[in-house]
Ligand binder design. Structure first.
Ligand SMILES: C[S@@+](CC[C@H](N)C(=O)[O-])C[C@H]1O[C@@H](n2cnc3c(N)ncnc32)[C@H](O)[C@@H]1O
Length: 236
């Protein structure tokens, strides 16, 4: 089983101190929602965001959308061998049911997350697909009780994704941490929480690319592609 934590994800409701900013009021009115019930999004709120602390790390729900689609659509997830947790910049953790079929459309994804942050669980009827709790990363990591936690960061020790996957597979319930923010580095406490920090390329890659690669190499080490193709032959 591989646990994937997408951390410090740039996903949050518009914070109170910019509720009355013109760009926020306009966007919320267009959606017919209160500002505090909408997601902070740099595409709409850029002018208002400049006032916010560490604003360069915030307001990019599209990264969360692409990251979740990349993880949930994989054979590893379909085999029930992946658990995905989304830790946000506001110290919340979204628990993702592996059976979740996320909306492909970005605006529908935003609507779903807005509902989740208000109601704490979606959908209203079973099966529960997404649940959110106020929780910091350290508490989440302690819950997972893993002996091996890898943080992926461009400033880590250089190592190929294949070699990282080989180490992850050796540990039951290993954890891999990938940033869900647009730019900058992990906060120091995240590196401290990890057993190892590795770089997989000389450049900073998109979160969704990093996730796809680590999951694919993990599948390859497990022999999952061959196994699934063999099973396919039996079905024919
Ligand atoms: C800083 S964010 C950048 C996101 C990007 N702007 C996007 O739209 O997806 C990407 C995350 O992917 C991982 N990552 C990116 N490049 C990497 C590299 N060369 N080696 C290891 N991890 C990397 C890190 O966890 C990093 O926090």
């Amino acid at each position: 089983m591989l646990n994937l934590i997408i951390t410090e994800t740039a996903l949050e409701q518009v914070p109170k101190n910019i509720h009355s900013h013109q760009t926020v009021v306009k966007h919320a009115a267009r959606l017919g929602k209160k500002p505090g019930n909408t997601l902070l999004d740099r595409s709409y709120h850029h002018a208002a965001m400049i006032k916010l602390d560490y604003h360069e790390k915030r307001g990019r729900p599209d990264i969360a959308h692409r990251a979740l689609l990349s993880a949930l659509g994989t054979p590893l997830n379909r085999e029930n061998l992946l658990r995905v947790f989304m830790h946000t910049v506001k110290e919340k953790v979204i628990y993702v049911n592996p059976r979740t079929r996320l909306p492909r459309s970005y605006s529908r994804f935003v609507g779903l997350i807005e509902q989740l942050l208000i109601e704490k669980e979606v959908p209203r009827k079973e099966p529960l697909l997404l649940r959110v709790e106020k929780k910091d990363l350290k508490t989440l990591i302690n819950e997972l009780k893993s002996q091996y936690i890898v943080a992926l960061t461009r400033v880590g020790k250089p190592k190929t994704v294949e070699k990282i996957a080989e180490s992850l597979v050796k540990h039951e319930d290993a954890v891999v941490i990938v940033g869900g923010f647009p730019q900058g580095r992990f906060s120091q406490h995240i590196i401290k929480a990890a057993t190892d920090a590795f770089s997989i390329d000389r450049e900073t890659l998109d979160t969704s690319v990093v996730i796809s690669r680590i999951i694919y190499e993990y599948e390859r080490v497990l022999g999952l592609p061959e196994k699934r193709l063999r099973e396919n032959q039996k079905d024919i």
